[in-house]
Ligand binder design. Structure first.
Ligand code: UDP
Length: 234
């Protein structure tokens, strides 16, 4: 497979076309942004950690019946994935209070939620990725109710699988963001699963091992990504 023209460049990844129809290459960068792009920086070897973590987690999900875009890891920073028709929604699943849920509810960070909370945000930089309800999503034509129902079921199943996987490694999956797309009309998980898109805490110390270290200038960012990588591969 040969990499061809750059199709898209996002904040943390580049996507290249290939000579194989329906397959694209995702390249993970070290660039990091936060606060809607206001804060910018680099996290050394983040791309390598995130490519490896995603390459472990997508097959884990696939093996348990979740269709994903993942095909293979090509090298340290690059994955071959199926080209999806992306749904412009950020699907957030939360097991504990953190980030915007803390602000929205006033609940203390770390509070365990009685049931997992699912939120849908419009992936739209100009609008600042607003929270949407199902009616908003339908009238905007982003997804119909059957698709939304399926998306919720998949996201909750993914939460069950990932929570157990991280728990076996003494890690708490606090919350995470997923993006889905369509492949031949079928709902498929795309994007990445990494400390950029998940909040992950050490079970014993509750130390943050994710992008919050960058967002909040906590230091030890590279080490945190490396720690997650080591435990995910163990
Ligand atoms: N998240 C993400 N991309 C975004 C927004 C959120 O990957 O554009 C992830 C974030 O890392 C966290 C979860 O989604 O694991 C919930 O994020 P939250 O709504 O609390 O927003 P934040 O505090 O990150 O702005």
């Amino acid at each position: 497979m040969t990499s061809q023209e750059l199709l898209y460049e996002g904040k943390a990844k580049k996507v290249f076309d290939t000579d194989v129809p329906g397959t694209v290459i995702v390249e993970f960068k070290d660039d990091a942004t936060a606060l809607n792009g206001e804060k910018r920086g680099r996290i050394a070897e983040k791309g390598i950690a995130n490519a490896a973590i995603s390459s472990k987690l997508f097959p884990l999900l696939e093996a348990q019946g979740i269709p994903t875009h993942f095909r293979e890891q090509l090298d340290a920073r690059r994955l071959a994935v199926d080209l999806l028709q992306m749904i412009p929604l950020e699907v957030v699943v939360r097991n504990r209070v953190a980030g915007s849920l803390e602000k929205r509810t006033g609940l203390q960070e770390g509070t365990v939620l009685d049931k997992a909370v699912l939120e849908l945000y419009f992936k739209n930089d100009q609008l600042g990725d607003p929270l949407l309800n199902d009616d908003h999503i339908e009238v905007l034509g982003l997804a119909n109710s059957a698709m939304l129902q399926q998306l919720r079921i998949q996201a909750m199943k993914i939460n069950t699988i990932l929570t157990a996987f991280f728990a076996q490694r003494q890690l708490i999956l606090v919350d995470f963001k997923l993006e889905f797309g369509l492949r031949d009309g079928q709902l498929v998980l795309g994007d990445e699963i990494s400390p950029d898109t998940c909040r992950i805490w050490d079970e014993n110390t509750l130390k943050k091992l994710d992008k919050d270290r960058f967002r909040r200038d906590l230091g030890g960012v590279e080490e945190a990504y490396h720690e997650v990588l080591t435990r995910v591969l163990s």
